[in-house]
Design a protein. Sequence first.
Length: 313
Amino acid sequence: MSKYIRILLVFSLLLTAIPCAVFVKNDKKQTSSYIKKTGFSLPEKVQIMNETDSSLSEIPLDDYLAGCVLAQMPCDFEEEALKCQAIIARTYVLYHRHHNKKLSENPQSYFTSEEAKGFYGKDYEKALKRATNAVKETEGLVLTHKNSPIVTAYHPISSGYTESAKDIWGADLPYLLSVESPHDYDSPQGIQTIEMTEAELFSRLFAFAEIDEDTDASLEIKKKTSHGTVLALEISSKDIKKEIAGKDFAEIYSLNSCNFIISFDNGMCEITCHGGGHLVGLSQWGANQMALSGKTCEEILSHYFCGVSLLKL
């Protein structure tokens, strides 16, 4: 479990212990006051762009959200985890509406029915039913911080801790802090090991950095977060030193995330990578494990998004 998350990990870089505040449940009076104050509302329909000819079409919001859940989270995950993803997708819509951004120009992952059938195969009908139910069971629910919809970052699986938006993106978002996700570190789904010769490792780096090959070149990790996500490396060759971003290194070697260590031994190199994606926000694998242990979607979201409120529009 899950065969689908293994597929998502292939594309995880394309998706890129701090205590959390107690999750605040808002009663009807608070929710009504919030809606009246902000004037927020969700659209009945959303526009999506056809990637083939760039044409726009409108579909009902709930159908769109079900397509988002199908594309964003493996639908054999637990119900409470799928509900988390439905709320994340809905909040994304509200965030763009609030900031006057066109959803068709800033799309989130979404499957048409044909794309979902191709991805899930014989499991499509079951997956669609689960995704649709997750949307229905969370109708109108969105995540906010200080009366504004949040940036709902998520990734397939963490390295044992999620990362803060400030460390990864330089964006100081108080609800996207580093939190523990203990089920992730030892999961075989989240560990990737790659072996190659030192010559092959440096050959790719020389090509990327546009420097001449040198048998005496060296590589050093220069900057990383407290949980091991590499932000920058330095390659030294003769009198030349060049810095390489951790995300570029991960892309060169098709790593699932930027949380990795490099070891050298007798002319060989081994890269061990933990987690998948940018590692910020909700860990989907961690959310599923929390759901398996009996946690509700409210409890899961409050763990990964610090100090947020769950409101019904």
